[in-house]
Write a protein that binds this ligand. Structure first.
Ligand code: NAD
Length: 494
C-alpha cells in the first residue's frame, strides 16, 4: 500500500502521531488508493513555525516574481491535466469530464493570479492639504490556514492558495480527508514551479483535530474555510473570539425557476446538469426546481424520463454521466431525506433508492431522485441534502417563484429560465443570492468573477476574481508630507 506524507518544514514527513487513515475509491470500495497521515496538533504547530519562516522570505519577493511562480504552476497543471483528473475521479467519484473541468479551473486561477502580480492596485488620491501625497497599497498578512471540502478537490484549494500566495502570504492547506491525493499533487506542482518550500505546508488529517488546531492557532491570522454551514459556524465562533480574518463559503439550497414562457428544452438540459452533475454534491447544485403551473406537468414528465435514463457508474469509465456519492455517510444522509420527504407528503416521481447490480454494488451509488408536490417551508425545500435529490415546487406567478427562491436560509446560486427580458432583470435584482444565472443552470461559475453567497452561505467575502485579493491582503495607507511644515488635517485647511 502506498503511504503518503505531510509537507511540513520543507520536507515530506510522516505525522507525529504515527497514525494514518485509508483513502478508498467511492465507486469501488475494493480500490485502496493509499494511506494518508492522521496528523495531530504537533504537526500543525510545526507547520505554523515553518510557515512563519516561509512568510518572512516570501513577503519580500516582488509580486510580479510571485506571479511568475504561479504562471509556471498553471503550465504544470495544464501538462498534468489528465493525470490529475484521473486521481480526482478515483478518490471522489465525479466523472472525468467534470474533474477535467476542476483542473481547468485551477489552471485559470493560476493564470489570473500570475497577471494580478503586476497589478495588486492601490490608489493614489489627492490630499486635502498642499504638498502632501496620499495613497493606499496592499500588504501581505501572514500565515493563512486553508480548510477545504471534498467536492472540488483541486479548484477550491487553488481558489484559496493562489491568491493567498500571490499576495505574499504563507499557506497551510488542510484538505478534506476524502481527497488527500489531489492536494498532495497540487503541493508537488507548487514546489516544482519554484515556490520556496516553507511557503507552503500540507497537513492531512481529520477536521476536528487538524482543522480545529489550525483555526485555534494564534499565529494563523487568516482562515479561509469552505464546507458545511454547521462546521463553518464552529470555525466562525473561534475566529470571532480570536479576531481573525475569516472567509466562509458554506451550504446552499439553490433553485432553478422555469417560467411558462421558457425554452423548455434548454431548461431541461440545465436542470439535469445542475441537479445530478457531481451527484448533486455541489454547493451550487440545483436542489429545488420551481415550475410555473402552465408548464409544470409536461416538464416533470420529460424530466423524469431523462433522469431515469442517466447512466450511473464509475466516473473513469467512458459514458458515465453520474458517479457515486462520496462516502457511506453521504448516502445515509440522502436515504434519511427520502424518508423525510415521504413523511412530509411529497411524491416520489423517480429514484429514491440505492442504485445496485454488478459493479454498482461496490460503490456508494444512488438513483437520481425527483420529488414532486414539495411545499415551500417543508424540509425538502429548506435543507441541504447534498446528493442527487431534486425537489419540485409548483407556483402560479413570478412573484411566488421569487418568494420560494428567497424563502431559505441559504443564498448561493439561483437560475431563471424565461424569454422575458423584464423578468430576467428583475431576477438579478430581487433574488437573494450571490450568483443568478439567466437561461443557464445554477452551476457554472468562472474563475475570474467573484464567487460566494449571501445569508447563511457566507460571511460577506468572495472567492475568485478581483475581490479575493482584498481578502488576502491588508490595506496600508501612506501619507507623505513634503511641505516642511506641520499641517493639521481638518483643522488648518477649514
Ligand atoms: P465539511 O464541513 O464536512 O468539511 C469541510 C472541511 O472542514 C474539511 O476539510 C473538514 O475536515 C474540515 N472540518 C471538519 N470539522 C472541522 C472543525 N471542527 N474545525 C475545522 N475544520 C473542520 O464539508 P464537506 O462535506 O467536505 O463539503 C460539503 C459542504 O461544503 C456542503 O455544505 C457544501 O455546500 C459546502 N461547499 C460550499 C462551497 C461554497 O463555495 N459555498 C463550495 C463547496 C462546498
Amino acid at each position: 500500500m502506498t503511504t503518503f506524507r505531510n509537507f511540513i518544514g520543507g520536507h515530506w514527513v510522516a505525522p507525529s502521531t504515527g497514525a494514518y487513515f485509508e483513502n478508498r475509491n467511492p465507486a469501488n470500495q475494493d480500490d485502496l488508493i493509499g494511506q494518508f497521515p492522521a496528523s495531530g496538533v504537533a504537526d500543525v504547530e510545526a507547520a505554523v513555525a515553518s510557515a512563519q519562516r516561509g512568510f518572512a522570505r516570501w513577503k519580500r519577493t516582488p509580486a510580479p516574481a510571485r506571479g511568475d511562480v504561479l504562471r509556471r504552476v498553471g503550465d504544470l497543471l495544464a501538462a498534468r491535466k489528465e493525470e490529475l483528473a484521473d486521481i480526482m475521479t478515483r478518490e471522489m467519484g465525479k466523472p472525468l469530464a467534470e474533474t477535467r473541468g476542476d483542473v481547468q479551473e485551477g489552471i485559470d486561477t493560476a493564470y489570473y493570479a500570475a497577471t494580478e502580480g503586476r497589478r495588486l492596485f492601490g490608489h493614489t488620491v489627492p490630499s486635502e492639504l498642499a504638498n502632501k501625497w496620499a495613497m493606499s497599497m496592499r500588504r501581505p498578512i501572514g500565515v493563512c490556514g486553508l480548510i477545504t471540502p471534498f467536492n472540488f478537490p483541486l479548484a477550491i484549494p487553488t481558489w484559496k492558495a493562489f491568491p493567498a500566495l500571490l499576495c505574499g502570504n504563507a499557506v497551510i492547506l488542510k484538505p478534506a480527508e476524502d481527497v488527500p491525493h489531489t492536494a498532495t499533487v497540487l503541493v508537488e506542482v507548487l514546489l516544482e514551479a519554484g515556490l520556496p518550500p516553507e511557503v507552503i505546508q500540507l497537513v492531512h488529517g481529520m477536521g476536528e483535530v487538524v482543522g480545529k488546531a489550525l483555526v485555534e492557532h494564534p499565529q494563523v491570522p487568516v482562515i479561509s474555510f469552505t464546507g458545511s454551514t454547521e462546521t463553518g459556524r464552529l470555525v466562525g465562533e473561534t475566529c470571532g473570539r480570536m479576531h481573525k480574518r475569516l472567509s466562509l463559503e458554506m451550504g446552499g439550497k439553490n433553485a432553478q425557476i422555469v417560467l411558462d414562457d421558457a425554452d423548455l428544452d434548454l431548461a431541461l438540459d440545465g436542470v439535469l446538469w445542475g441537479a445530478f452533475g457531481t451527484t448533486g454534491q455541489r454547493c451550487t447544485a440545483t436542489s429545488r426546481l420551481v415550475l410555473q403551473r402552465g408548464i409544470h406537468d409536461q416538464f416533470v414528465e420529460r424530466l423524469v424520463a431523462r433522469a431515469n435514463a442517466l447512466r450511473l457508474g464509475d466516473g473513469r469509465v467512458a459514458g458515465t454521466e453520474v458517479g457515486p456519492l462520496v462516502h457511506a455517510d453521504a448516502r445515509a444522509k440522502v436515504e434519511r431525506y427520502i424518508e423525510i420527504g415521504k413523511a412530509q407528503g411529497a411524491t416520489l416521481a423517480c429514484g429514491g433508492a440505492r442504485a445496485t447490480g454488478g459493479a454498482l454494488d461496490k460503490g456508494f451509488f444512488f438513483q437520481p431522485t425527483i420529488f414532486t408536490g414539495v411545499t415551500a417551508g417543508s424540509r425538502l425545500d429548506q435543507e441541504e441534502i447534498f446528493g442527487p435529490v431534486l425537489s419540485v415546487i409548483r407556483v402560479d406567478t413570478v412573484d411566488e417563484a421569487f418568494a420560494v427562491n428567497n424563502g431559505v436560509r441559504y443564498g448561493l446560486s439561483s437560475s431563471v429560465y424565461t424569454r422575458d427580458v423584464n423578468v430576467a432583470f428583475r431576477a438579478l435584482q430581487e433574488l437573494d443570492n450571490g450568483i443568478t444565472y439567466v437561461n443557464a443552470p445554477t452551476i457554472g461559475a468562472e474563475a475570474h468573477l467573484p464567487f460566494g453567497g449571501v445569508k447563511e452561505t457566507g460571511n460577506g467575502h468572495r472567492e475568485g476574481g478581483w475581490e479575493v485579493y482584498e481578502f488576502y491582503s491588508e490595506t496600508k495607507v501612506g501619507y507623505i508630507d513634503y511641505s516642511g511644515a506641520l499641517q493639521r488635517a481638518q483643522i488648518d485647511n477649514y
